[in-house]
Ligand binder design. Structure first.
Ligand code: AMP
Length: 299
C-alpha cells in the first residue's frame, strides 16, 4: 500500500536522525523502501526513476544532494543548477514520500579530505573515470552513505550514466549489500538528446547541435550491426562529432560489463562523452554485434 497515495504528503528531511527515525517506523511495519539518488534540477529522466520506484515499493525516498566529492577541480560544482522548490513540487506530484536533502556538513562532518572512501576498482577506470579522476570514488562513497542511511530494499539508477550504474552494481556485489539495483532506460527529448541537468548550460545554437551526439551514436550502431569494423566506425564517429562542433572526450565500444570487445562479443555498448560549449554531454547506446564482425577493438 503506497504511503503517498494522495500525492500531497511528501516529507522533506534534512536531518540524518530524523530520516533514520522515520524510516525505522516504515521498516517495522514491513514496508518495502525504494531509493532514488539525485543531484536535483529534476527532469523527466529523474521522474522516470521515481515512477519505477513508486511501482515497486511502499515507501519512495528520493535524495537530493549535489555531492562535492564527485566534482573535480575546475568542474561545475558551483554552477550546477539548484532548483530546490521546483524539485519538491515535481517529486510531490510524482508520488514521492520522502525527500532527503542533507547539507554538505551533515554528510561530511570532518570535511572531504578526512572522509573514508569507497573505491570500486576496474569498473570505474577509463571512460568517465579516465577523464574525471576521483569522480567514481565520490559517487560510490556518497551512494554507499545513502544506502547506509536509507537502507533501501531497492534503488534506481539511470542507464544514461552507464558506467555509474556498473560501478554501483559492482560495489553492491563486492560489499554484499542486500539492495536490488534497477537500471532505468534513458529518457530523451523528442530530437533524441538524452535529458540532463547539464543541457541547461547550452545556448540555443548549441542546443540545436546537441542531438548530433545521439544521431552519431545511432548511425555508428547501424554500421556496427551491419558488420563494419569497429576501428573504422569509431574513427568515423570521432570525425562526425568534431564536424558537428563537439570536442569528443571519448567514444568507445565496450561489452555490456565495460570489458573489451572481443570477436565473440555479441552484446555491446557504444559510449560517448563530448564537450559542447560549456557542457560535457554523455550518452550511450546498446549494439548487437553480428557473428562475423571484425572486432578490432578500442581500449
Ligand atoms: P543526477 O541528478 O544527474 O545525478 O541523476 C540522478 C539519476 O537520474 C542518475 O541515476 C541518472 O542516471 C538518472 N538520470 C539522469 N538523466 C537521465 C535520463 N535522461 N534518463 C534516465 N535516467 C536519467
Amino acid at each position: 500500500m503506497p504511503v503517498n497515495d494522495d500525492k500531497t504528503a511528501m516529507h522533506t528531511l534534512r536531518d540524518i536522525s530524523e530520516l533514520r527515525h522515520t524510516l525505522r517506523e516504515h521498516r517495522l511495519r514491513g514496508q518495502r523502501i525504494a531509493l532514488v539518488p539525485t543531484m536535483g534540477n529534476l527532469h523527466a529522466g529523474h521522474l522516470a526513476l521515481v515512477a519505477r520506484a513508486r511501482q515497486s515499493a511502499d515507501v519512495v525516498v528520493a535524495s537530493l544532494f549535489v555531492n562535492p566529492m564527485q566534482f573535480g577541480p575546475g568542474e561545475d560544482l558551483d554552477a550546477y543548477p539548484r532548483t530546490f522548490e521546483a524539485d519538491q513540487t515535481q517529486l510531490t506530484e510524482a508520488g514521492c514520500d520522502i525527500l532527503f536533502s542533507p547539507t554538505v556538513s551533515a554528510l561530511y562532518p570532518n570535511g572531504l579530505d578526512a572522509q573514508t572512501l569507497v573505491h570500486v576498482p576496474e569498473m570505474g577506470e577509463g571512460l568517465c573515470g579516465g577523464s574525471r579522476p576521483g569522480h567514481f570514488d565520490g559517487v560510490s562513497t556518497v551512494v554507499s552513505m545513502l544506502f547506509n542511511l536509507v537502507q533501501p530494499d531497492v534503488a534506481f539508477f539511470g542507464q544514461k550514466d552507464y558506467q555509474q550504474l556498473a560501478v554501483i552494481r559492482k560495489m553492491v556485489s563486492d560489499l554484499h549489500l542486500p539492495i536490488e539495483i534497477i537500471g532505468v532506460p534513458i529518457v530523451r527529448a523528442e530530437d533524441g538528446l538524452a535529458l540532463s541537468s547539464r543541457n541547461g548550460y547550452l545556448s540555443q545554437q548549441e542546443r540545436a547541435v546537441a542531438p548530433a551526439l545521439y544521431q552519431t551514436l545511432c548511425s555508428l550502431r547501424d554500421a556496427l550491426e551491419h558488420g563494419e569494423s569497429v576501428e573504422q566506425v569509431l574513427h568515423r564517429g570521432h570525425t562526425a562529432l568534431y564536424d558537428a562542433g563537439f570536442t569528443p572526450d571519448y567514444l568507445e565500444l565496450r561489452d555490456t560489463m565495460l570489458g573489451p570487445v572481443t570477436p565473440s562479443t555479441r552484446h555491446a555498448v557504444l559510449l560517448a562523452a563530448a564537450h559542447l560549449g560549456p557542457a560535457r554531454l554523455i550518452d550511450n547506446l546498446s549494439v548487437q554485434l553480428p557473428a562475423a564482425t571484425n572486432a578490432s577493438h578500442q581500449r
